[in-house]
Write a protein that binds this ligand. Structure first.
Ligand code: ASP
Length: 338
């Protein structure tokens, strides 16, 4: 680890211990360590994760299950008609159709459910949960997933694809005029991780994926180990960014494995990005961002996108934080804070 990096981590540790609330925008001030031992703890991707976290916390505080917390938290984002990257308000594929991906994992029993390329269902996260709870399978895709969701009584909504497609085209033109940092397209994901007061873990992930994707394209989000991974003995991790960059490396699984080796969630996210960037011909010119929490109630996040933010919530604080930006290759990758 180089000197400036070590200095950052030392400063971070000081800031973390000293801070009492999440009303901060700099990761250096974030109470990650204060989160240590704090249960319940909820961490999610992007600022739109905060209202989701808040709902998830409410579910837990009124005695709801950790799966209900994850599912109902993600409902908030899936239901937001103004969200252009999650739920039926999300960006359409190249054929003008919104195809949704989601998965859920439950730590106890290491259970999981997933749906991909799902059309016209309001809450893909609920479809994923039903796959986990009501079938002997883990993943359903396309029309089969839709039929299953309808049989389960999940709400279906007709989407005006043409209107969505035109909107997406207009956004694309807007982005060309004012391009977001490194982001090649309109995409984001809610990955929400929860640690219950009883020490059990669960997580969920939901997205409309990459706007303009080929019909049938599935990203990292519904792929267990890529967009999300939960290990009840260790911790949980979730991803957002260009799915193709994450799924070739089983990114979230890798974050959890680094935590298993003893790394702090923050270091585990950074080490994963470093490892991917070292191996990938594009190096750090990739859109890969991770959030993670561990069994002890510590959390962290890191990404290659300058605009990446994440939300962290405990019963005493809730806020949007700036994660560590990984913008250079580190010779000592993997040797992070424990
Ligand atoms: N990872 C998602 C996908 O590739 C999109 C995102 O999170 O930005 O489908």
């Amino acid at each position: 680890m180089n000197i400036s990096r070590r200095k950052f981590l030392d400063q971070t540790a000081v800031g973390l211990v000293g801070s009492a609330a999440f009303h901060v925008t700099s990761f250096a001030q974030a109470p990650s360590e204060a989160g240590g031992g704090q249960k319940p703890l909820i961490v999610s991707t992007w600022p739109f994760g905060k209202p989701a976290n808040d709902v998830a916390l409410k579910v837990l505080l009124r005695g709801g299950s950790i799966l209900d917390a994850v599912e109902q938290g993600i409902w908030v984002v899936e239901s937001d008609p103004d969200n252009r990257s999650v739920g039926l308000g999300g960006g359409p594929n190249a054929a003008g159709v919104v195809q949704l991906d989601a998965c859920i994992m439950f730590g106890p029993g290491h259970r999981a459910g997933s749906v991909a390329a799902l059309e016209g269902i309001r809450h893909p996260i609920s479809a994923a949960r039903r796959v986990m709870e009501k079938t002997t399978h883990v993943m359903l895709v396309g029309e089969g997933a839709r039929m299953f969701a309808l049989q389960e009584g999940l709400e279906a909504i007709a989407v005006d694809s043409r209107e969505r497609y035109e909107l997406w085209q207009r956004q694309k033109i807007g982005q060309r005029t004012n391009p977001p940092e490194k982001k090649k397209d309109n995409h984001d994901t809610i990955a929400l991780l929860a640690l219950g007061a009883d020490g059990n873990l669960a997580g969920g992930c939901s997205t409309s994926g990459l706007g303009g994707k080929l019909p049938g394209r599935v990203g990292d989000s519904p792929i267990l180990g890529s967009g999300l991974y939960v290990d009840n003995e260790v911790g949980a991790a979730g991803a957002t960014g260009v799915g193709e960059n994450v799924m070739r490396y089983c990114g979230s699984f890798l974050v959890v494995e680094y935590m298993r080796q003893g790394l702090h969630p923050q270091s585990a996210c950074e080490a994963t990005i470093q490892r991917i960037a070292k191996q990938d011909p594009k190096g750090l010119d990739l859109s890969i961002n991770f959030v993670a929490l561990d069994k002890q109630g510590r959390f962290g996040a890191a990404g290659t996108d300058k605009n990446f933010r994440f939300a962290a919530t405990t019963s005493s604080s809730s806020g949007v934080l700036q994660p560590m930006l990984v913008d250079h290759l580190d010779a000592g990758a993997g040797a992070g804070r424990r």
